[in-house]
Design a protein around this ligand. Structure first.
Ligand code: GUN
Ligand code: FE
Length: 428
């Protein structure tokens, strides 16, 4: 029981009241991890049916947050000083990822990562593991134990990285096949074919990614695209026959409606058209893009161009500096402001719930509070800190309350997180 908020469509403005459903005294009836009824408390009357009522009034109940791009093996990379993308990878990230050949280390970090997600209200994420199949084993095993809807994959990388962090075209294919067979579709788990980016995959490995995608057309594909100028130049040098960076992935058949491209900051119009025509998703990673000095993602232009892009939002931990989708959208708001635009708070909360679920093609299961969907929920308190309480004294509307949550909120504003109906933050 609490104040329910769920989105029906992307809100076009703060007064777009048709884009969401709000119940001031609402309830969700949950059975076996699924929402079986959703609406006004008086109508659902869960107590009458003998259900145990958890009273979250006066807090807000929303669908759990979705993070569309993160690297769980980079928990110890966050806050590494002083570099841009390619130096950051070589100096900090690759050494940290090397440790994931050890299954005990992988299991420890996988558990801590999913704890952080729970603590920050994130119930689903699209996650990069390391090159080691052990790292994917660890994450999937831990996510299955917690009943989470996760997307993840072992990174494919066979060049331009330390020896200890490279596979080969053939082993990347074989290991990916084995992981798909073992984990895809098990519980709520989804496997993502994960070539890291063009720089670390040889043409032979890209062909293997293409073969995997052709053999498993329903699977997600995740990679990085157009994040940093040096990265773009090096990619084009490595694939001189391709028109542009996007053209590399295009040449290997990797664009499509289940393809997730991290960053997409410096796209040409041709590249944006190619992403749009194929239904590919551009993933906005504001804290990472700012931290690594990569650039400003033009969210509003991508949305409004003649051929609009499908967009998701993500932390990109550990290039990203926070696990929180609230902190992520706060930084996102500022990036969009630097482009002379404003993202209204309703659109922001739509993005990190239903919007991201749609971008990940998971919206029939998650991202809403509709009956029949999985009970992945977040409970938010806009009065969680002294600064928030003070600011809330002058707040009148729901949109304003959401904006306070986004601007001042973090894990302290997350009262509870439910995964498939089970409390995972307080472990009630
Ligand atoms: N490009 C290739 N690998 C990575 C990574 O781990 N993080 C980021 N931000 N960009 C990448
Ligand atoms: Fe990334």
């Amino acid at each position: 029981r609490g104040r329910l908020l769920t989105f029906l469509a992307e809100p076009r403005a703060v007064d777009d009241h048709g884009s969401y459903v709000y119940e001031g005294d609402g309830a969700l009836l949950v059975e076996d991890g699924v929402i079986v009824a959703s609406g006004a408390y008086a109508e659902i009357a869960p107590d009458a049916g003998g259900a145990k009522t958890i009273d979250h009034r006066p807090h807000l109940l929303l669908p759990g947050f979705v993070d569309a791009h993160a690297h769980f093996p980079q928990m110890q990379v966050i806050a590494s000083f002083g570099t841009e993308l390619l130096d950051w990878l070589n100096t900090y990230t690759f050494p940290a990822e090397t440790r994931f050949s050890d299954p005990a280390h992988a299991a420890r970090i996988a558990g801590l990562y999913l704890d952080e997600l729970a603590s920050h209200g994130t119930t689903t994420a699209a996650v990069y593991c390391t090159v080691h199949p052990e790292s994917a084993e660890a994450l999937f095993a831990e996510a299955e134990r917690r009943n989470m809807c996760m997307i993840a994959g072992k990174v494919m990388m066979d060049r331009n990285a330390p020896e200890a962090l490279t596979d080969t075209a053939q082993t990347s294919y074989d290991d990916t096949k084995a992981l798909i067979a073992r984990w895809h579709g098990k519980g709520r788990l989804n496997y993502a074919i994960t070539p890291r980016f063009a720089i670390t995959s040889s043409p032979e490995q890209m062909e293997m990614a293409q073969a995997l995608a052709a053999e498993h057309p329903d699977l997600h594909i995740q990679t990085h695209l157009s994040e940093n100028h040096a990265e773009i130049a090096f990619s084009q040098e490595l694939y001189p026959d391709c028109t542009d960076y996007t053209g590399i992935y295009e040449a290997y058949g990797l664009l499509g409606a289940t393809s997730l491209f991290g960053h997409c900051i410096h796209l040409s119009e041709r590249e944006a058209d190619a992403l749009s025509d194929s239904g590919s998703v551009a993933v906005f990673c504001p804290t990472s893009n700012l931290f690594l000095g990569s650039g400003l993602f033009d969210y509003q232009r991508y949305r409004r161009r003649e051929k609009p892009l499908r967009i998701a939002a993500a932390t990109d931990v550990g290039g990203g500096t926070n696990y929180s989708m609230l902190r992520t959208m706060d930084e996102g708001y500022k990036v969009i402001a630097l482009k002379g635009e404003k993202l209204n708070p309703l659109a922001s909360f739509w993005q990190i719930t239903r919007g991201n679920a749609e971008a990940l093609s998971l919206d029939t299961r998650i991202g809403t509070l509709e009956a029949g969907t999985d009970a992945d929920l977040v409970v938010l308190d806009a009065h969680a800190t002294p600064a928030m309480r003070l600011r809330m004294e002058t707040v009148e509307t729901l949109a304003e309350e959401l904006f306070v949550l986004q601007t001042l909120g973090d894990d302290r504003a997350v009262v509870e997180t439910y995964v498939a109906g089970g409390a995972v933050k307080s472990r009630l």
